[in-house]
Design a protein around this ligand. Structure first.
Ligand code: IMP
Ligand code: MG
Length: 182
């Protein structure tokens, strides 16, 4: 085992579990849309990069790719509905069917703001696909249209998720040892 894997308390969701769940979500999305839709898959970088890459390949529909980098101002975003857009989309989403792809929903603040921004720009529809959900930490109401797994309130890394920019390349979702971040 390489050194950085020693920082993992245990594997929460294995590579195989992720693979089959992502396939199921891709099948569901492929059924929910048709040729009338003009789908844009929007990956929220960097966390969703791996989930995005796997999920889009499981969707049997023509679609476009775009990416955003956003961070919320925390609690301040709840009332203002504002997030800090660090990388803007390339395309105008007006009239498009947007599928937002995110790694994990925690407080829900970030994605609830991004959803509102997409609707405000005149998207025809906005759906949210998230690999993971930590419902215990939710601060705002948020519908997740396509969800991979509900997780306990632990700090998770791997399959795109980081701690201090590390561990994103682990092929599974693991629980980070507390001693690493405490
Ligand atoms: P929120 O839902 O606005 O609180 O923000 C969710 C964001 O917080 C995600 O996109 C992640 O970047 C980050 N995040 C939340 N929980 C975790 C975790 O357990 N591991 C790594 N990143 C996390
Ligand atoms: Mg993120």
């Amino acid at each position: 085992m390489r050194a950085f894997e020693d920082d993992i308390e245990r594997v929460l969701i294995s590579e195989e579990e992720i693979r089959s769940r992502v396939q199921e979500i891709g099948n569901k999305i492929s059924k929910d849309y048709n040729e009338e839709h003009d789908v844009v898959a929007i990956g929220i970088l960097k966390g969703a990069s791996i989930f995005f890459a796997d999920l889009v390949r499981a969707i049997k529909l023509p679609l476009m790719f775009d990416f955003m980098i956003v961070s919320s101002y925390g609690e301040a975003s709840i009332s203002s509905g504002e997030v800090n857009i660090k990388k803007e989309l390339e395309f105008d989403v007006h009239g498009k069917d947007v599928i937002l792809m995110e790694d994990i929903i925690d407080t829900g603040i970030t994605m609830s703001c991004v959803r509102k921004i997409m609707s405000g720009r005149g998207a025809n529809s906005v759906k949210l696909a998230a690999l993971l959900d930590k419902p215990e930490r939710r601060k705002v109401e948020l519908d997740i249209d396509y969800l991979g797994f509900t997780t306990p309130d632990e700090f998770l890394v791997g399959y795109g998720l980081d701690y201090a920019e590390r561990y994103r390349n682990l092929p599974y979702v693991g629980i980070l040892k507390r001693e690493i971040y405490e």
